[in-house]
Ligand binder design. Structure first.
Ligand SMILES: NC(=O)c1ccc[n+]([C@@H]2O[C@H](COP(=O)([O-])OP(=O)(O)OC[C@H]3O[C@@H](n4cnc5c(N)ncnc54)[C@H](O)[C@@H]3O)[C@@H](O)[C@H]2O)c1
Length: 330
């Protein structure tokens, strides 16, 4: 039984807290949130204790692991302090909005033995894992072209966009990670174009809501990712990988598989309403994989290096979007 504490009782902290509380291998010990009432209400729901401070959690030798699900600007400090306290760490993405801060935190963590997993939960979506296996097994030959779509149902509040780091960082970071993970290839350059079509305020806060990123991979293959913040038909995400001999595709997912035959038309079940409904199962699988790893004494994956790589790509993509040029990726 692993004693796990949770930092952050907001939206995703609640998801992780409920998944941890339902895992028979876990005792959810403390919940700490800067907003004490949030921590108290989640702790009451899940039968955990409310902590008064980060120090209380990290100073308790009975705590084996921590889950960092608080606001992005807290991750780097919590990572460093938790690693120094000898805890295993499950950290929400991104490590920080600033690559420099993220790199400093990773360097500090690397001076400890703390095992760290970064929550690129989409890797735990079975269709995406199947794509990766097909590519690794040589089923499609050499990867030549990859196509991904990430299309959200509605524009998040402008106040959220202002602090999100922008569409490349906030929406596409998962797909930059999936691109590398599925193909086993690294990008060498990125070119992005984007527009603010949904609301002029998106441009006023320096962001876009509709974009296409084109990445060149190490073997010369091209990956194209299209992203929209507002589509009229639900949440739409899909990936195809075209190789020298054939193609694999994780198609768009509908909520059901029934065709309704009516006079003059055939209606099928529609898309998930949002990204969370489409991806909810991956959060349980992701945190479950973290518990698997620490129980077995294995290094968890994805790790901090994966987190930094996705951030470097997102940074280069943001520069390309702002400066209207192709940006090389080291
Ligand atoms: N992996 C994914 O797909 C995914 C999905 C959603 C969110 N996230 C990430 O999870 C993080 C949280 O997002 P959210 O949507 O739950 O936000 P949220 O605003 O709902 O929750 C954040 C919580 O952190 C708390 N907090 C702030 N400072 C704190 C501190 N110093 N210590 C402890 N708690 C503190 C806030 O009071 C709040 O309750 C973000 O970094 C976000 O990028 C990742």
């Amino acid at each position: 039984m692993k004693s796990v504490a949770l930092f952050g009782a907001g939206f995703i902290g609640t998801v992780h807290g409920r998944n941890l509380a339902a895992d028979p291998r876990v005792s959810l010990s403390y919940i700490y949130d800067a907003d004490a009432s949030r921590a108290a209400s989640l702790a009451a729901e899940l039968g955990a204790e409310t902590a008064d401070s980060v120090e209380q959690v990290l100073g308790d030798p009975a705590v084996d692991a921590v889950v960092i699900a608080s606001s992005t600007n807290t991750h780097a400090d919590l990572l460093t302090a938790s690693a120094r306290a000898g805890k295993a760490i499950f950290c929400e993405k991104p490590i920080d909005l600033s690559l420099e801060v993220a790199e400093r935190a990773v360097a500090a963590v690397e001076r400890t033995d703390a095992p760290v997993m970064v929550d690129f939960c989409r890797r735990f979506d079975p269709p995406y894992a199947a794509l990766r296996k097909a590519v690794a097994d040589g089923e499609i030959g050499e990867v030549e072209l990859m196509q991904m779509s990430s299309r959200g149902p509605s524009l998040p509040p402008i106040s959220y966009l202002e602090v999100s780091g922008g569409q490349m960082f906030d929406q596409l970071i998962h797909f930059f990670d999936l691109m590398c993970w599925i193909t086993g290839l690294e990008p060498v350059s990125v070119t992005v174009t984007g527009s603010a079509l949904v609301d002029p305020q998106v441009a006023e806060v320096g962001d876009v809501d509709t974009s296409v990123a084109v990445l060149k991979l190490g073997n010369g293959a091209i990956c194209q990712i299209d992203a929209q913040r507002r589509i009229g038909y639900g949440y739409d995400e899909r990936i195809e990988v075209n190789g020298s001999t054939s193609m694999v595709e994780a198609g768009r997912q509908r909520t059901g598989w029934v065709n309704h035959y009516e006079a003059g038309s055939v209606r099928t079940d529609g898309m998930h309403p949002g990204w969370f409904e489409r991806s909810e199962h991956t959060f349980k699988a992701s945190i479950g994989a973290f518990i698997d790893a620490i129980e077995a004494g294995r290094a968890p994956s994805p790790n901090l290096a994966d987190g930094l790589r996705a951030q470097r790509i997102a940074n280069a993509a943001t520069t390309s979007l702002r400066e209207g040029r192709t940006v090389a990726i080291d």
